[in-house]
Design a protein around this ligand. Structure first.
Ligand SMILES: C[S@@+](CC[C@H](N)C(=O)[O-])C[C@H]1O[C@@H](n2cnc3c(N)ncnc32)[C@H](O)[C@@H]1O
Length: 385
């Protein structure tokens, strides 16, 4: 008797595991209602030997099970019969996509291999993949159901991954490291990529996260709230408001503002300082305020007569002044590359962790830099007095 589509798929799976061409497998599209959303399989090398690690993704948690390669086809087969309609097998020799009914009848399609080498089999994945395959990424249109980036969204996926990686390092360095409950605000949340990522990150750390995305566009607020509801993201909400006027809670733990225009970044930083945020993370956008005032000393006039160089100087200066202003009021500030220049020109990030001791030397340094370049006003400096 000829094999049905599911049996042929399981045969491909068995062969790839035996021949070590297996890369990964995804089960998606459940046929009936239930909490289990997806299953992801990959190879891991454990002390006890090689295993297949299954990540069972439920609406609000992940569960991991390690099984032997021999057990894998039968277990995947039974999940396909009982729960999932689709499966995607990636091997180094070809990809296989199955769409089948409970009885196994359906379609099996072959495609060229997406991966030509097996993935790392280390038990602990690199940290920057911590966000991969998160349901919110699929809902926001960043990834396909199998966790791969959708067409045109690979830069966005990298950006979200890098952000979560950086956030992880900063949280560990900050007093939020042991927090069981965190109150976070994302100013200028836009489509919510980083707001969802922040909520997801704190939840995965085991903290109860109250995350608010503040956004001026009503349509975006409605859309992101809808997705948060669909995904049952407890504690995540989006509100319509402007960065300058939004009333932050009295005690805020972390403030985020990525790519808020010009002085909106300063307003977000100032609001975070006023609300006593332990951690502040911003990625500035344009730098018009300082650019308009830039009046370099005579020795630099010849260098900065070129528009592009004056613009870059204004960027350097603005972000440097912001860091000094934060340090003046007791934060430890860092300015560093967010994401490589290949992906966006807006690649600087400023982080600030509250250490509590105002630093008069930094205030002096700030004043000297402003005088040197003829800057009479900078929004954050003014706001922080
Ligand atoms: C470039 S997007 C960045 C979105 C998100 N932070 C990110 O990095 O993916 C900037 C967003 O900030 C919003 N925005 C700009 N100025 C704002 C303000 N003053 N108050 C609230 N939202 C603002 C815009 O509507 C837009 O959705």
């Amino acid at each position: 008797m000829s094999q049905n589509a599911r049996e042929r798929f399981l045969e491909k799976l068995r062969t790839s595991l035996a021949g070590e061409t297996f890369v990964k497998l995804t089960l998606s599209r459940r046929r009936n209602s239930g909490d289990l959303r997806n299953v992801y399989a990959r190879i891991v090398d454990l002390k006890a030997g090689r295993a297949v690690s299954l990540t069972l993704r439920y609406a609000r948690r992940d569960e991991t099970r390690n099984i032997t390669p021999d057990e894998t086809p039968a277990q995947i087969g039974s999940m396909l019969a009982d729960v999932f309609e689709e499966a995607h097998l990636f091997t180094t020799t070809g990809d296989w996509k199955l769409k089948a009914q409970p009885d196994g009848e359906g379609l099996l399609k072959a495609a060229r291999p997406t991966f030509t080498a097996a993935l790392s089999t280390a038990h602990d994945r690199p940290k920057e993949r911590a966000v991969a395959n998160a349901p919110f990424l699929t809902k926001l249109g960043v990834t396909n159901a199998d966790g791969t980036a959708r067409a045109g969204m690979s830069d966005k996926l990298r950006q979200v991954e890098r952000f979560v990686e950086i956030l992880g390092h900063l949280v560990v360095e900050s007093p939020l490291r042991d927090a069981k409950r965190v109150q976070v605000c994302d100013m200028g949340a836009g489509k919510g990529y980083l707001t969802f990522a922040t909520h997801d990150y704190f939840q995965k750390r085991g903290a109860t996260a109250e995350v608010t995305g503040v956004e001026q566009r009503e349509d975006l607020v409605a859309h992101t709230n809808e997705i948060a509801r669909e995904l049952n993201c407890d504690g995540l909400r989006f509100v319509r408001g402007t960065i300058g006027d939004y009333a932050l809670p009295e005690k805020l733990d972390a403030l985020i503002a990525l790519h808020a225009c010009d002085t909106a970044t300063d307003d977000a930083l100032a609001a975070g300082v006023r609300a006593g945020a332990e951690l502040i993370v911003v990625a500035p956008c344009c730098h018009k305020e300082v650019r308009a005032q830039l009046s370099p000393p005579p020795a630099l006039a010849g260098v900065l007569r070129h528009g592009i160089l004056a613009e870059r100087q204004a960027e350097l200066l603005t972000d440097g002044l912001r860091a000094l202003a934060l340090e003046s009021v007791g934060y430890e500030a860092k300015v560093f590359e967010f994401i490589s220049n290949d992906h966006t020109g807006k690649n600087v990030m400023i982080s600030a962790i509250k250490r509590g001791t105002p630093n008069p030397e930094k205030s002096q340094s700030l004043r000297a830099a402003m005088e040197h370049f003829g800057i009479t006003e900078q929004r954050l400096v003014k706001s922080l007095g």
